[in-house]
Design a protein around this ligand. Structure first.
Ligand code: PGA
Length: 243
């Protein structure tokens, strides 16, 4: 099974959502691929209603607190109430532009799990950290802090997203992705988190899907830009599964 998850970020008006739903339903999807889409809060309800049977629908963020005086925020309980399957947590844009800390990310993961929503945790190094050969140290810190006191046996997904590859059109060599995902899986299993899927994210498109993701250790992709076009999004899966 491979997992192709999308992240619409802050894009799409109603008319774009309607077009996507129509196009996505039309596309022939390969077997053994699970699709998911993290959409803006305003589109969650419609997407759950119209597409949940074909594609898991998720949020892009959740509040680190349970409820109360947090103007502008959305709680895990509210997401569960709307039948949201999963939520992104710790995307690099949230870490840098909204100053999200590993401690808040940890609180978010625990609240999601308590409300039956699967966290999709994003981790990854910056260009500078990579140049200074700190990638593994960064990944270990992000993982251990985000998963502090998270019980074993819970279902979640990790996306390895090198920050320098997000939205840049620049990607690592597959060997580098394999090395870092293997390391993430090693850290997870050392902490008794077993059978956790690890996706790659950063400038994935239909053209590079096979060469970038075609390895047993890579469980799939988290796709930003190319998830805004239903055909491209599905074709990432089609090309990946091609013999
Ligand atoms: P990208 O974004 O595919 O546009 O590089 C990936 C992401 O931010 O998850």
């Amino acid at each position: 099974m491979k997992y192709i998850y999308g992240n619409w970020k802050m894009n799409f008006l109603d008319q774009d959502v309607n077009k996507f739903i129509k196009d996505f339903k039309k596309e022939k999807k390969p077997a053994n691929v699970e699709f998911g889409l993290a959409v803006p809060f305003l589109h969650l309800q419609k997407m759950v209603k119209k597409l949940q049977k074909k594609c898991f629908i998720g949020a892009q963020n959740v509040c680190y607190a349970e409820s109360g005086a947090y103007t502008g925020e959305t709680s895990a309980k509210m997401l569960a109430d709307k039948k949201t399957c999963f939520s992104l947590v710790g995307h690099s844009e949230r870490r840098t532009k909204f100053l999200e800390t590993n401690e808040q990310i940890n609180q978010k993961i625990k609240l999601l799990l308590n409300n039956g929503i699967m966290p999709l945790l994003c981790v990854g190094e910056t260009k500078e950290e990579r140049a200074e050969k700190k990638t593994k140290r960064v990944l270990k810190t992000q993982l251990t802090k985000a998963l502090k006191d998270v019980p074993n046996g819970k279902k979640f997904i990790i996306a390895y997203e090198p920050v320098w590859a997000i939205g840049t059109g620049i990607t690592p060599e597959k060997s580098e992705i394999v090395e870092n995902i293997s390391y993430i899986k090693k850290v997870l299993s050392e902490n008794n988190y077993l059978g956790i899927c690890v996706l790659y994210g950063g400038s994935v498109n239909p053209e590079n899907a096979k060469s970038l993701l075609g390895d047993d250790i890579i469980d799939g992709a988290l796709v930003g830009g190319a998830s805004l076009d239903a055909k491209k999004f599905v074709n990432i899966a089609v090309n990946l599964m091609r013999e």
